[in-house]
Write a protein that binds this ligand. Structure first.
Ligand SMILES: [Zn+2]
Length: 451
C-alpha cells in the first residue's frame, strides 16, 4: 500500500538546513554510518526512508523537523502529510493521522498517538527546547543528590532498563522478547512487534497468550523480583517525594517493591480484562483467573458476557467457535497465521488461536496496551497535572524510543531539572541536565541509594 508520507519533502527540508544524509537518517532513528548513504541523491534517500517507513518514529520525525528545519507545526504537518492544508486549528489534525492510508507499520505507530497525546505533542512542538541547568551537570559536587533532597514532587519515568536485572528480558535487544518471539513463531520473525497488535491478536492469539503465561508464571514463582531501582523509587515514595512513577514496563514489579503511586502506561500482564469491559465492567482481574483456560488451549471468555451474551451476536459466536475448528484463522487472517511449527493440534487449539469472531463477545485478555489502543484512562487523568506540578524529573532505564510516553518530559516546565540514569544516551531531542550513564542498578546503588 502506498504511503502518503512525503519523504522527498522531509529530506529536502532537513537537507536545506545543512544536514548530511547520515545525520538525516540518524535524526529519524536509524543507526547508520554507512558512507554510501552520503552519496545518495535526496530522491534516493527519500526512497530509502519510504522503504523503511515502519522504522521511523513519528515523534522523532516531528522533533527532527522542528529542530533541524526550524519548521512550525503546520509546516511540519504539511511536510509529513501533504493533504492537511486548510485544517484549522492544527490541534484537530494530528488525531486524524491515524486513518490515513499509511504503510501498516507506520499506521500502527501513528495510531498510537491518541487525541489527548496529540494535543500534548503539539504543545511540545510549539515550546522552545528547554535549557540545561548548568549547576546540575556537576554531579561530582553532589548536585544531583542535592536536587533530589530539595525536591518534593519527583516525576519518575522508567523503562525496561530497571527490570532487566529482575530476570525479565527487554524487548528490543538481542535475546530480548522480540527476538525470542521471532524464533518461536516464524510468522512473526519479520514483525515481532505484531505480538502486541490487536489485529494480529484477533487472527492468532496464541503467541500473545503464551507470552503472558510465561510472564505471569515468572511473577508468581518469584523468579522476577524488584531491582535496586524499584526499591529506590519506593524509598522516594516512602519519603513523600514521589509525585508519580510512569512506567513503560508491564511487569508491575513496582507493586512488589512497595510503590503505590505508579501508572503502568502500557498496561500489565498481571491482570486481565474483558474486551467488552466498558459494557460488562469485568476489568483488572488477576491473570491467574485465565490460567486454566489457557492451559487447555481455549480462549478465556468473560463469564459475565457469556451469561448474557449480546443477542444480535449470539449466533455468530457459536458459529465462530465451530468455524475455527481446524481452520486456523479464516477470517481476514494472514496466510501464515496460526501455521507456525509447534502449533497445537485439535479444535481447542484452533479456538485458542482465532479470537476474531469472539472478540466482540467478551474475551478475557491480558491488560497490555496493544498497538492501536489508547493508553489507560488513569494516564490521561493524571499526566497533565503531574507534569505541571513536578519539581524534578528522573528518567531511569529507558532510551525514550517509544511514544507517546517519551513525550511526557517535554510537557514538564522547562525550568524543572531533568536527570537521566541509563545505560546509554537517549535519542536526540531530549536535553537532560545530568546524564548518569551505566548499569541503572549500579548507578542508583553507588550514587543515590543512600540519599
Ligand atoms: Zn465481559
Amino acid at each position: 500500500m502506498a504511503s502518503t508520507l512525503d519523504f522527498v519533502g522531509v529530506v529536502t527540508a532537513l537537507k536545506a538546513k545543512g544536514e548530511s544524509n547520515t545525520s538525516v537518517l540518524q535524526l529519524l532513528g536509524f543507526q547508520t554510518e554507512n558512507p554510501v548513504m552520503d552519496s545518495l541523491l535526496p530522491i534516493d534517500l527519500a526512497g530509502v526512508l519510504s522503504h523503511n517507513a515502519a522504522n521511523i518514529h513519528p515523534g522523532r520525525l516531528f522533533m527532527a523537523l522542528r529542530d533541524s528545519a526550524g519548521l512550525d507545526i503546520f509546516d511540519v504537518l504539511r511536510t509529513v502529510v501533504p493533504k492537511v492544508d486548510g485544517v484549522d486549528p492544527p490541534i484537530v489534525v494530528l488525531p486524524q493521522l491515524g486513518p490515513l492510508p499509511l504503510d501498516e507499520g507506520l499506521r500502527d505507530r501513528i495510531n498510537y498517538l491518541p487525541p489527548q497525546l496529540a494535543a500534548m505533542a503539539i504543545d511540545g512542538l510549539l515550546n522552545p527546547p528547554r535549557q540545561r541547568d548548568a549547576a546540575l551537570q556537576d554531579f561530582a559536587g553532589g548536585a544531583v543528590a542535592a536536587a533530589i533532597e530539595g525536591a518534593s514532587k519527583i516525576l519518575v519515568l522508567t523503562g525496561a532498563g530497571i527490570s532487566t536485572s529482575c530476570g525479565i528480558p527487554d524487548f528490543r535487544s538481542a535475546g530480548g522478547v522480540y527476538s525470542i518471539v521471532g524464533d518461536e513463531f516464524p510468522e512473526l520473525r519479520d514483525r515481532p512487534e505484531k505480538l502486541f497488535s490487536i489485529d494480529y491478536f484477533k487472527q492468532n492469539a496464541r503467541p500473545f497468550f503464551e507470552f503472558n503465561t510465561k510472564m505471569v508464571n515468572g511473577l508468581n514463582s518469584g523468579t522476577y523480583r524488584p531491582s535496586v531501582c524499584h526499591r529506590f523509587i519506593a524509598e522516594l515514595e516512602r519519603r513523600g517525594k514521589l509525585l508519580r512513577q510512569y512506567t513503560q514496563n508491564i511487569d508491575t514489579l513496582e507493586k512488589y517493591a512497595g510503590v503505590s503511586r505508579f501508572i503502568a502506561c502500557h498496561g500489565s500482564f498481571a491482570t486481565v480484562s474483558c474486551t467488552r469491559s466498558d459494557v460488562c465492567g469485568v476489568a483488572g482481574q488477576d491473570a491467574d483467573s485465565v490460567a486454566e483456560a489457557l492451559a487447555a488451549s481455549t480462549i478465556p471468555r468473560c463469564p459475565k458476557c457469556q451469561e448474557s451474551p449480546p443477542p444480535s451476536l449470539n449466533k455468530r459466536a457459536t458459529e465462530a467457535t465451530e468455524a475455527t475448528e481446524g481452520e486456523g484463522g479464516e477470517a481476514d487472517a494472514d496466510a501464515d497465521a496460526g501455521a507456525g511449527p509447534g502449533r497445537p493440534d485439535g479444535a481447542a487449539a484452533a479456538e485458542a488461536n482465532v479470537v476474531c469472531e469472539l472478540f466482540d463477545q467478551g474475551v478475557l485478555k491480558h491488560d497490555i496496551v496493544m498497538f492501536g489502543e489508547p493508553l489507560p484512562k488513569e494516564f490521561f487523568a493524571n499526566v497533565q497535572e503531574d507534569c505541571s506540578e513536578a519539581d524534578l524529573v528522573i528518567v531511569i532505564g529507558t532510551s525514550l524510543q517509544v511514544g507517546p510516553v517519551n513525550r511526557i518530559i517535554d510537557l514538564v516546565k522547562p525550568d524543572v531539572p531533568q536527570i537521566l540514569i541509563n545505560r546509554e544516551v537517549v535519542a536526540p531531542g531530549h536535553n537532560f541536565d545530568s546524564e548518569l550513564l551505566g548499569d541503572c542498578d549500579e548507578v542508583v546503588h553507588l550514587s543515590l541509594i543512600h540519599i
